[in-house]
Design a protein around this ligand. Structure first.
Ligand SMILES: Cc1ncc(COP(=O)(O)O)c(C=O)c1O
Length: 482
């Protein structure tokens, strides 16, 4: 992609789109933000957007849509069966992802459910580069287990490794030999590995995984939810693809997998999801579960408007200008925070900026959830809503014991084409203040813990009156400013 240089020599990302539909935001006073935290059990998932200023919870379903996507939604063909909207989506999946058969589902986790129902049973083990919360929950729900097989470098915060999402090939082979290929229904590779900081894998690594899968006769499943971003970073970082293009990289990756699935809330900036494959056998194995769990095979639980937006969004994923917007903003913010000594995952990945709560809140033990505490503290002093990606997001083991996360991260998502640069500067400013006052942040404890995916609706409370002290310091430094 063509670089745009500033005369001043400053390295700032430039928006290559214009904003034509806007939504008013509200920055409520800090006293209200404190109340909102208590009402929401110190869990940012439970905040109402009327109290949130910059919503950096996730990019899922929050990426900006294009004018062409909105236009396509108006010409949706509403039919229970045989909808032309579905035909357009199927064509887009073939053109963009290079796969022949498509099973539509209402979102990514519905695909994970169907794949797990079909292939996972008690005693199954699914090796993967790293888990995603819902993928793991569906596998364990069906009696299976997972094995996370990243290289050690993946867990290094301050790293320059271009592909921290790579599967550890030696460990993969050892794991298969140890458990036996017949107990391994599939290997799962996740593009732009979400929970370790949006870190990509290389095409070469995927080829190596494919070779192992072939050697032992195991299916390879690719989670394509963040495939566009992974492909963009391949173009940036993998020598072989230096002069290539999005379509070539994407299809090189998808052609290596037996089965691809995606959350269209991420891939294609719309809603919904899908499972696609070139294998009629796999298609037949999964087909019956779509009407059972989702809806008829030509809408899969989605509205046809979403289906139309998804088709257009898939083609737009091939546009480097569009796909690079969020990663370049992330790179900018990571660079600015890093200059100030604030520990963030490096190299900059995709999806969002990931602040290392283990270091920022080194005075808070993992038993008191440093990443959850940091997320609550940042919301309190800024109205910015991030997401805890640490031990709260982990599930307990089969005996009910806590399993502490490898990394305690505060994720600040940067959905595509949503925030302006001054808003990103605000994030930088408030995070810097919080970092300078980090000793005032305290821990959290659960008061309500749901048995499954507890991070979504769980309720916590502070271990002491640290939120009040943090608010007092904010008011001392900022006076009447919001
Ligand atoms: C990598 C990955 N896989 C799967 C999912 C699940 O998708 P959905 O939220 O649409 O159910 C997500 C959602 O964030 C994701 O990031």
């Amino acid at each position: 992609m063509q670089e745009i240089k500033f005369y001043s020599g400053e390295n700032i990302p430039l928006e290559l789109h214009k904003v034509r539909i806007v939504q008013k935001l509200h920055l409520v006073p800090i006293e209200r933000r404190l109340e909102a935290l208590y009402e929401g059990g110190f869990n940012t998932f439970r905040l109402s957007t009327k109290d949130v200023f910059l919503d950096m919870l996730t990019d899922s379903g929050t990426n900006a849509m294009s004018d062409n996507q909105l236009a396509a939604m108006m010409q949706a063909d509403d039919a229970y069966a045989g909808s032309q909207s579905f035909a357009r989506l199927q064509q887009a999946v073939t053109d963009v992802l290079g796969k022949k058969y498509l099973l539509p589902v209402h979102q990514g986790r519905a695909a994970e459910n169907i794949i797990s129902v079909a292939y996972v049973h008690k005693g199954s083990l699914v090796p993967m580069n790293y888990h995603f919360t819902t993928a793991m929950a569906h596998i364990t729900d069906k009696g299976g287990q997972i094995a996370e097989l990243l290289y050690d470098e993946a867990y290094v915060v301050n790293s320059s490794h271009p592909f921290k999402g790579n599967m550890n090939i030696e460990k993969l082979e050892e794991t298969i030999k140890y458990h036996g290929p017949k107990n391994i229904p599939f290997i799962r590779m996740e593009a732009s590995t979400n929970l370790i900081g949006g870190q990509p894998f290389s095409v070469q690594n995927l080829r190596d995984v494919r070779a192992i899968a072939d050697k032992y006769g195991i299916r390879l499943v690719l989670d394509c939810s963040l495939l566009g971003e992974n492909a963009y970073l391949v173009l940036q970082r993998e020598e072989e693809f230096k002069n290539s293009d999005m379509k070539t990289v994407i299809q090189t990756m998808t052609s290596l997998a037996d089965l691809c699935y995606f959350s269209a809330r991420k891939l294609s900036s719309s809603r919904g999801g899908g499972i696609c494959t070139d294998s009629l056998e796999i298609f037949r194995e999964l087909e019956a579960f779509v009407p059972l769990y989702e809806g008829f095979l030509t809408y899969g639980g989605m509205s046809v408007r979403e289906v139309e937006a998804m088709a257009v969004g898939l083609y737009e994923t091939l546009d480097e200008t569009m796909i690079s917007q969020s990663p370049t903003f992330i790179k900018y913010l990571v660079g600015e925070l890093d200059k100030k000594g604030i520990p963030v995952i490096k190299p900059a990945g995709v999806l969002g900026v990931h602040v290392d709560a283990m270091q920022v809140c080194s005075h808070i033990p993992q038993t008191e959830y440093p990443a959850g505490s940091l997320a609550a503290a940042l919301f309190l002093i800024s109205g910015i809503r991030g997401m805890e990606r640490g031990s709260i997001s982990n599930q307990r083991d089969e005996y009910g014991n806590e399993t502490y996360a490898d990394m305690e991260l505060l994720r600040l998502a940067v959905p595509r084409r949503v925030f302006t640069l001054s808003q990103i500067k605000y994030v930088e400013d408030r995070l810097t203040w919080l970092y300078d006052n980090r000793q005032l942040i305290g821990g959290l404890k659960f008061v309500y813990e749901p048995p499954v995916l507890r991070f979504f609706m769980g309720g916590l409370e502070p271990t002491n009156d640290w939120p009040q002290k943090l608010m007092a310091k904010f008011k001392e430094d900022f006076g009447e400013s919001l």
